[in-house]
Design a protein around this ligand. Structure first.
Ligand code: CTP
Length: 415
């Protein structure tokens, strides 16, 4: 039996070098997972530890895990000379996670007295600071002022989150999760050198839910994965991204503005609200063409259905993508088809006013709804199909963005 075709793992940080600076906090354990996630995304990670960080997690743990170097002691005779300078120079981003109140103060004041703070001084790369501390400490005017200072100088402050704290109880001060830390690095690199800096992209995801009554709806199998992948790829290239979605957002969407919606009409409204000044709308959502004419206010009972002759009356939803008319907005549609893929998709380009359409055959098991991969054809009005191989949805997103950037209607870079 032939092996099923597999798609390469996406590597949004391929070719990037990231320095992870760890300071003293019980949440340092999350930095281990963050290092792994960064390397899984294709980066090479160097690690710098403060002396207190090294008491929570020994340098050996990082040495066993990362491809880069680990700097834990400024006076270690076996370490390369000026290691902090080399680490700082080669970094595409520096992530300080967890960042304790003391480390934040040192970063704000330019004090370099340990491998983390010295490396931060030695780099021009974007700095992502992920605070972790007790909520009273976090609320101190001194800590807030230091964070403001860092932000004003261009640092990205990632978190903290509300949750369980080591000091007991729950509050604001918890380090954000490793998946969000890695996402914050991707976002910071995008905002600094990404090709979509200064652009705004609206992406829709998921199937709309058209209510029948408070507990039932007319819906479809869309998981939202394709739209979420396009949103992540856009974020990674530095665009401002508004994700209009019917699905609960997964973790890892750091830097993406999420607008939750339910119905087609709510989706239309959310897109209209975001459309002014936007450069592109990528409509990956599966919009229901019809909705129940009336949504019952209370749960329908069996007798009600029988009394209504077991019939739900439907009315047509607007064609959302066709209805959005904003200056300079390039619209990208999707066509999920089971028959006559190319002809059906081609017809939708003109009908809906699209720059191009992403067509996929949803009758295949490794493409389309629910799965992480997709096999699509990109089509514009020229009629020349660009057939892409089986790809992870993230990489389909990258291909869609490439096509957008080369479209004649795409604004020229202001640089
Ligand atoms: N779409 C939309 N509003 C609708 C229906 C579809 O904005 N009411 C968008 C989808 O998000 C997608 C594109 O239009 O980007 C094509 O969707 P599809 O369901 O394939 O097209 P339909 O126009 O509904 O045509 P049909 O169902 O007859 O194939």
């Amino acid at each position: 039996m032939s092996q099923p075709e597999s798609a390469p793992t996406p590597r949004p940080l391929r070719g990037r070098r990231v320095t992870l600076g760890v300071s003293g906090s019980i949440s340092a354990y999350k930095s281990v997972e963050a290092a792994r996630r960064l390397e899984d995304a294709g980066a090479i990670v160097d690690v710098a530890l403060t002396p207190s960080a090294a008491r929570f997690i020994p340098p050996l743990t990082y040495r066993s895990l990362v491809q880069g170097e680990v700097a834990a002691d400024l006076w270690d005779p076996s370490a390369p000379a000026e290691q902090h300078v080399a680490m700082g120079r080669r970094a595409d981003a520096m992530l300080v996670a967890p960042a304790s109140a003391t480390t934040i103060a040192k970063l704000a004041q330019g004090i370099g007295d340990n491998p983390v703070t010295l490396t931060a001084l030695a780099t021009d790369a974007p700095l992502v600071v992920a605070p972790a501390m007790d909520s009273v400490m976090y609320g101190q005017p001194s800590v807030q002022a230091n964070l403001e200072l860092l932000k004003a100088r261009g640092a990205f402050i990632a978190g903290p989150a509300v949750g369980r704290l080591a000091s007991g109880g729950s509050g604001l001060g918890r380090l954000i999760e490793p998946i969000e830390l890695a996402a914050a690095v991707r976002s910071a690199i995008g905002r600094t050198v990404g090709e979509l800096r200064g652009r705004h992209i609206i992406v829709t995801a998921g199937g709309t839910r058209e209510p029948i009554d408070p507990v039932r709806f007319v819906g479809n199998h869309s998981s939202g994965k394709m739209g979420i992948a396009v949103a992540e790829a856009s974020r990674d290239q530095g665009a401002a991204v508004t994700l209009v979605t019917t699905q609960p957002p997964p973790q890892g969407l750091y830097g993406i503005v999420v607008r939750p919606v339910g119905t087609a009409l709510e989706m239309q409204e959310a897109i209209r609200n975001a459309a002014r000044g936007a450069d592109a709308l990528v409509m990956a959502a599966a919009v229901a063409d019809y909705r129940p004419a009336e949504a019952a206010e209370s749960k329908l009972k069996k007798q009600d259905a029988e009394a209504a002759g077991m019939t739900i009356e439907l009315v047509e939803n607007p064609d959302v993508i066709a209805s959005i008319d904003a200056p300079h907005l390039l619209k990208v549609g999707f066509a999920a088809e089971t028959d006559d893929l190319i002809a059906n998709a081609q017809a939708k380009i003109e009908k809906k006013g699209l720059a191009f359409i992403v067509a996929n055959d949803v009758s295949q098991s490794d493409a389309g709804f629910q799965v992480d991969t997709n096999r699509v054809v990109l089509l514009d009005e020229s009629g020349e199909p660009e057939r892409l191989p089986l790809l992870h949805k993230y990489d389909v997103g990258v291909a869609i963005l490439e096509r957008l950037k080369s479209h004649h209607g795409w604004p020229a870079s202001s640089e």
